[in-house]
Design a protein around this ligand. Structure first.
Ligand SMILES: Nc1ncnc2c1ncn2[C@@H]1O[C@H](COP(=O)(O)OP(=O)(O)O)[C@@H](O)[C@H]1O
Ligand SMILES: [Mg+2]
Length: 291
């Protein structure tokens, strides 16, 4: 798998993907990660693994530790104990200078999109390339147009965020997240606050990244519909949309994407399992949470 031609940055991405393939270990692995702020246990003994192309849905009530967990994986904060392995390397002991290389392999879509309001779409989407030292304007524009095309927003390249709808802003923030061609995508409530139709178009993009680029994803969501769609449908480039698994007519069909579910409760893993296991649970707390 490789991205469409993109010059120098594309080549470095290809190298990192090859490294993942030969190692065949988990892309993300947390081992007994704990974090407290002052006296408060924010996360306690969190462990899980995700292989390439797998999706983890992270569920839990407000304040259960979902966003903090994403920040730990990005290396923005350090745990008090435990290991966080990204492509087999524990990032916890690494200094900031070395974390940058890991962060480049990750794209994050923050809650509400979080675009810079005073910057145009072009500037919002391109800034990580500048940050990485890319100065070739032609290359930068080519990359920006490519990722905006991926999210079907190329026409908005010169617009300001204030001119965009909520769904369009979310699309632009996905474009911004994928500009460095990450092998890992972290989405913090990507569909929160959107109407159901717009929310679905964002979920289709999550599936498109997973199924065309084999991105490993963590999706924080309150919407179980999003999780059901990503568990039971696959992205079809021919249709530019979703289709139920196993009906695409290709020889052998499409391999079922692996989706895992984790429910956090007060910073602990309260449930870990498949969609089916979660849907069939008899646990009172989960039943109430899912209702
Ligand atoms: N910078 C911080 N300092 C102290 N406590 C924090 C900080 N950030 C988050 N918390 C606390 O950590 C817990 C988990 O927060 P968070 O991960 O944002 O929850 P969620 O995303 O699940 O709603 C909450 O109790 C929150 O108050
Ligand atoms: Mg949060």
């Amino acid at each position: 798998m490789r991205w469409p031609s993109v010059g120098g940055l594309g080549r470095s991405y290809t190298v990192s993907v090859a490294a993942v393939d030969v190692s065949a270990g988990p892309v993300i692995e947390l081992r007994n990660v704990s974090l407290s702020f002052d006296e408060k246990h924010v996360l306690s003994d969190i462990s899980f693994q995700l292989a390439r192309g797998e999706t983890l849905f992270l569920l839990g009530v407000t304040g259960s530790g979902k966003s903090i967990l994403l920040k730990l994986i990005l290396g923005l904060i350090k745990p008090d104990s435990g290991q966080i392995l990204i492509e087999n390397q524990d990032i916890v002991p690494l200094p900031e200078t070395q974390l940058l290389a890991f962060r480049k392999r990750m794209g994050i879509v923050f809650q509400e999109g979080a675009l810079f309001d005073s910057l145009s779409v072009y500037e919002n989407v391109s800034y990580r390339l500048y940050e990485e030292g890319e100065r070739d304007e032609t290359k930068i524009e080519e990359r920006v147009r490519e990722v905006l095309r991926f999210v079907e927003m190329e026409d908005a390249i010169d617009k300001m965020p204030s001119e965009l709808s909520g769904g369009m802003r979310r699309r632009v923030s996905i474009a911004r997240a994928i500009i460095t061609q990450p092998s890992i995508m972290l989405y913090d409530s990507p569909t929160a606050g959107l109407d159901p139709v717009t929310a679905h178009t964002i979920t289709v993009l999550v599936a498109k990244l997973r199924d065309t680029r084999h991105v490993t994803s963590i999706v924080v969501t309150h919407r179980l519909q999003d999780a059901a769609v990503l568990t039971n449908f696959t992205y079809s480039a021919e249709r530019d949309g979703l289709m139920p698994l196993g009906t695409d007519g290709r020889p052998g069909g499409t391999p079922r994407p692996v989706t895992r579910f984790v429910v956090l409760r007060d910073g602990r893993i309260y449930f870990a399992g498949s969609e089916r296991e979660l849907a069939r649970t008899e646990d009172g707390y989960l039943r109430k949470f899912l209702a």
